[in-house]
Design a protein around this ligand. Sequence first.
Ligand SMILES: Cc1cc2nc3c(=O)[nH]c(=O)nc-3n(C[C@H](O)[C@H](O)[C@H](O)COP(=O)(O)OP(=O)(O)OC[C@H]3O[C@@H](n4cnc5c(N)ncnc54)[C@H](O)[C@@H]3O)c2cc1C
Length: 733
Amino acid sequence: MGVSGFIEGFSFLQRTKPRIRFLPYNIQCRNFSSSKILNGNDSLLPVLIVGAGPVGLVLSILLNKFGVQCSVLEKNKGFSQHPQAHFINNRTMEVFRKLDGLAEEIQRSQPPVNLWRKFIYCTSLTGPILGSVDHMHPKDFEKVVSPISVAHFSQYKLTRILVKMLENLGFGIHTIEDLEGLDPETLRGREILMGHECVSIDTTDECVTTTVSFSKEGKPLTRKIKSKILIGADGAGSAVRKLVGIELKGEKDLQKLVSVHFWSKELGQYLLNERPGMLFFIFNTESIGVLVAHDLTQGEFILQIPFYPPQQNLEDFNPEICKKLILKLVGQELSDIDVIDIKPWVMHAEVAERFVCGNNQIMLCGDAAHRFPPAGGFGMNTGIQDAHNLAWKIASVLKGVAPSSILTTYETERKPIAVFNTALSVQNFRAAMAVPATLGLDPTVANSVHQVINKGVGSILPSGMQKAILDGIFSIGRSQLSGLILNENNPLGSSRLAKLRHIFEEGKSLQLQFPAEDLGFRYLEGALVPDSKDVVPAPELPSGRRRDYVPCADPGSRLPHMNVKVLSNFPSEETISTHDLVSVDKVEFLLIIAPMEESYNLARAAFKAAKEYKVSSKVCMLWPADTITGFHRGSKAKLAPWKNYMDAIEVKRSSDSLSWWRTCQMTEQGAILVRPDEHIAWRSKSRIVGDPYAKMKMVFSTILGFKSTSMEPYLECLKLQDFEYWSVVLFYA
Ligand SMILES: Cc1cc2nc3c(=O)[nH]c(=O)nc-3n(C[C@H](O)[C@H](O)[C@H](O)COP(=O)(O)OP(=O)(O)OC[C@H]3O[C@@H](n4cnc5c(N)ncnc54)[C@H](O)[C@@H]3O)c2cc1C
């Protein structure tokens, strides 16, 4: 049938809503009109990433694994050496576990867990302890719900390893001086250009043109770089976000702080022997601060001190003053304090209104898309998981497997997670404030006093006087921490100490671990097929308390972890995680079934449908733990002619552990389709009713974004699959 015949045949659809416009593009050959730019013009750099922070670097590695060429711009001449983030959560470690041994390298290099499992509250580092909270539970290390556990590793050390990995993957790190022989205007990929700042962005139908400024021999220069896709991974102050006019929504300026990076082996050794911990909250009459022990053995620390500009300015925190502050917080002399960096920063709780813009050519990732309090360590972790969500989608588009509309699901999926993690971080930040508030040092009062001095009557006073008033008020506040008040014999002190004990015991202080949120976050819509009778739960509010993760196989969830043995390796006893069944170096969907006749039918249908959509698929037959080995040999005949399959057998932790299907709360007649980012794209809880091939075609077309489930009736009726050279785009009038 020709095009006009096709149109005439379905002209009734043009009279009804939604209206249909027919556009000539080939669903099989995938010259999607909306992604013409993205998969045409092979001379263009596929992806340009602005920002060589952890998120930009991880995204580069992931894209490279999927065979997508990308280059990175970094405005600084060197990589950041400031140890900002340090807590790597469970899900991020799972992502790292599959990146050439990155997680193992972190585990080898991080301090032993006994040195960082606690938060300690004290009046000085050598003085009385007000309380301590151990954030690690024995089950955190049992590898029941995850093949790996959390880590404590400084951001700059992580960056160093990521850069090394990229170099091993063939990336070149180019300084301005060393650009000879490289034409940055026609980058081919695998370049990291240091000292190059993105200053303007221009989007046309053909490409994104990024103007980059740099300086050579003191002269400011610019150059233009063209790419198919531009990623803003340029941090909390994102130039990309501002240049494309995306606003942030949320709360600004929750707190201003100064971050002091220093070394002291003496302090490290003392704490290592006497009171090892990760965070030390120190409250005394002379000073207040939070000490982050990045590495006790090496004596590497960050001190966070509240900062109240404009009455205070950065000169008030020069290295000598910082040394004195450190000593006040330590409570005794140290001879080897070496302050190496002092950096102010502002805590916000904001999420970008959009993560994707410019005809699906520009995306924001990491702090560029969301910036929230570091309480609970969700910032970098959320950013790395953004990159994990985005990489396979970009690869699918650039390889011509999916239309560019799949990129909009990046925002649909990740923005609610960012909003949720922002709320969780704010709640956790407020929990952190419960301790000083109980001690009579309510930080909200301090902030209000500061506001009055800034904006109220105080603002007309000379700046020196404003500073003196602020210091005076703060010092009166800190007098609450005097030993005369804060002791069991003083009624006020003893009541405060009792309240503190209650806060710690009840888990109402700052928490570090959120397994339910860390592993249990779920995408409710996006590149997935929701359960047909899925009652979409109302968005859950963060509880602020540690809650256990409960394995779940609902569409959008992360694939539950279980140890399995691959039967082709028999008699090897080696076990792998169900996560390892998912490929890391190609965009491939994994179908997990039980070895049953109807499931084999479904698997053959899945292979056929995936082939039609030119997407790679693999099938895993998961045999029950008590199966006699050897049965699996039947899979070959059952699945012929398809070959990309494996038989694996469950490895239960004990005889009363739940089977795989019970863990997933499904029957063994069910099936689970997993995306390349280990999130569940579709599942059938029980036997498929009807034609498995039609079902699997609907599943792949929905996930890849060829049609939405709401359009199914139209597309089914059009029998879209029969038309090799024409496809349909629906427009709602
Ligand atoms: C005190 C503190 C403790 C923290 N602790 C944790 C923690 O334990 N766990 C956690 O997960 N998170 C933590 N965070 C948050 C974490 O540090 C950030 O979320 C993380 O740095 C974000 O990474 P990113 O790659 O998105 O951005 P960044 O790390 O900010 O990197 C962005 C990069 O882009 C570059 N850049 C900026 N503008 C341009 C431009 N115009 N052109 C070119 N390059 C540009 C910058 O120079 C920078 O190198 C903490 C933050 C703070 C402040």
